[in-house]
Design a protein around this ligand. Structure first.
Ligand code: GLV
Ligand code: MG
Length: 325
């Protein structure tokens, strides 16, 4: 273990993160009643330019008037390259003591986060806000991904990063128009065989590299990695497959752009009974191994060692947090 100690962000359950456009107050109450862990009320890309003002007003009212229970509440502000951003921050942070975090889109360099930290710090001091605001950033541009490690260290307020696959595809000019999921042309054709037999086409995950890069940056600096949207809300199987890929890589949760995706995300990002039982058996087997002075043993015909203890403990800790929520 390195002697460099990394502080972990404020722990929060973030299995599901529901996007709710600020222009749709009729969805607010429903979202508040849902099983989702995190909600972001959107001022950015789901809102047309002429609607920004009204969305802002709706969101300020909703954060003050609706009972959001214990949910983590975010507002997605507009990007730093727009003239909407300063008003988003000032109006929302000044007037919404219930707000937990800001979601900052299209972050490209650490200075973007620094600028917002400065503005938020001034508002907190001026308004004597007692709840310190956290930040989640969207990594969704080529520049943001190129600087992801530096961004991950840019502010003490930073708690999480989301991978914004739609803007990332646009920014990198990926040849697709869908939001997340697989692409039928991104795959590997198996070699020709001597007998000229049939060849298989294996689909690959075109987002793997970006997701893997972001998860490492997050874990290196104590942040929660969250997977972004899956646009086809009529395809729960596709959603679950995408969520599982992210979960297996180490992501803590995934966006829901439709209420039907919330339960799917909660399920995928919660360890199953079988996972917990297996983790407990690993801990028991390792405790026994240590009593016998061994660092590694076999369980069900597989090697387990001291690293297995950490993996098992992570899983059990997650299950405990979910139970307490
Ligand atoms: C989310 O904002 C995305 O661009 O995918
Ligand atoms: Mg985006």
């Amino acid at each position: 273990m390195s002697a460099t100690i990394i502080e972990q962000a404020t722990p929060r359950l973030q299995r599901s993160e529901l996007a709710v456009p600020g222009t749709n107050p009729k969805f607010f109450e429903k979202a508040a009643q849902s099983e989702v862990d995190v909600i972001f009320l959107d001022l950015e890309d789901s809102i047309a330019p002429d609607e920004k003002e009204v969305a802002r007003k709706n969101i300020v009212a909703a954060l003050n008037e609706i009972d959001w229970g214990t949910k983590t509440m975010l507002v997605r502000i507009n990007g730093l390259d727009t003239h909407y951003m300063y008003k988003d921050v000032v109006e929302v942070v000044e007037n919404c003591p219930r707000l937990d975090m800001l979601l900052i889109p299209k972050v490209g360099v650490p200075a973007d986060v620094y600028a917002l930290d400065m503005l938020v710090t001034q508002i907190e001091q001026a308004k004597k806000r007692t709840k310190r605001l956290g930040f989640e950033v969207l990594i969704e541009t080529a520049l943001g991904m190129a600087n992801v490690e530096a961004i991950a260290q840019s502010s003490k307020r930073l708690e999480a990063m989301s991978f914004g696959v739609a803007d990332f595809a646009a920014s990198t000019r990926a040849r697709t128009t869908v939001i997340g999921g697989a692409h039928h042309e991104y795959g590997v054709l198996t070699d020709k065989t001597a007998d000229g037999g049939p060849r298989d086409f294996h689909w690959n995950d075109m987002w793997h590299f970006a997701q893997a890069r972001m998860v490492v940056a997050c874990r290196a600096y104590g942040l929660r990695p969250i997977d972004g949207p899956f646009g086809d809300f009529s395809d729960p199987d596709g959603y679950v497959a995408a969520a599982k890929r992210a979960a297996i890589l180490g992501y803590e949760g995934k966006w829901a752009i439709h209420p039907s995706q919330v339960a799917l995300a909660n399920q995928v990002f919660s360890p199953s009974e079988a996972d917990v039982t297996k983790a407990q058996r690993i801990l028991e087997a390792m405790a026994q191994a240590q009593r016998e002075g061994k660092g590694a043993v076999s369980l069900d015909g597989r090697l387990i060692d001291i690293a297995s203890i950490k993996m098992a403990e992570n899983l059990i800790q997650k299950a405990k947090t979910i139970k307490q929520s």
